[in-house]
Write a protein that binds this ligand. Sequence first.
Ligand SMILES: C[S@@+](CC[C@H](N)C(=O)[O-])C[C@H]1O[C@@H](n2cnc3c(N)ncnc32)[C@H](O)[C@@H]1O
Length: 258
Amino acid sequence: MAEAKDKGIIYLVGLGPGGPEHLSPQAADVIDRCDTVVGFRGYIGQAGGLLAGKDVVSMELGQELERAARAFDLAKAGHAVAVVSSGDPGIYGMSGPVFQVLTDRNWDGEDPQVESVPGVSAIQAAASLLGSPLMQDFCAISLSNLMTPWETIRLRLESAARGDFVIALYNPRSQRRQWQILEARRIIMEHRSGGTPVGMVADAYRAKQRVAITDLDGLEERCPEIDMVTTVIIGNSTTYLHQGRMVTPRGYEKKHPE
Ligand SMILES: C[S@@+](CC[C@H](N)C(=O)[O-])C[C@H]1O[C@@H](n2cnc3c(N)ncnc32)[C@H](O)[C@@H]1O
């Protein structure tokens, strides 16, 4: 166990989507300055060589509150703790559980200190590989109904589809949650044509990266390709394909000929 300093600190660190080239210099710097790194077992390896000489606390998926509580206890004891998330910590990442623990423990805003270090989120990584799908208003919706009731998710899908938002779906499908993506498609198709482009990006900027483009009609049969490392981006009514890229024009004025 590393020696604790006088006043502890928690850094909420985004590792970006994959490779070390997307780990920001600020993220690398704060991890370097910490004595302890806390993270999900599946992602913590993204910090690579930066973990050398650190106390590493890795836990399983589903243990987010336990990870946050451990980070709080260590920082309260004077340690400098990096709590790492893939992508950005504030987008379905560890900022949520950490701030929940801070609230539950009546944190005074000073001890431990808490700082966030942003990272490139999956929506940005996926968009960069697909073309320019996010050129008009967009939203992110998680299809995981483990912590959010499906009725709430359904209402958000319906509202986003009705509002013609480009929609990025996080946590789209897992071994245990297979019907949600099909139900999302059905809801969105009540407001959008079957020819609407859909991008599917899995493991963006990692060794197993996969990028595919289909449309809402074709999404049903492509569902088996979608898993928990996939982000799905559904175009709005103006999104079109050009040279295999997904393009949402900047405005509504000009319709593309395709
Ligand atoms: C718990 S959320 C974490 C999001 C993360 N904090 C971020 O900002 O990207 C996990 C979901 O993010 C998406 N995701 C994370 N990394 C990804 C990657 N490299 N490629 C594609 N999707 C990714 C997937 O939809 C996955 O189910």
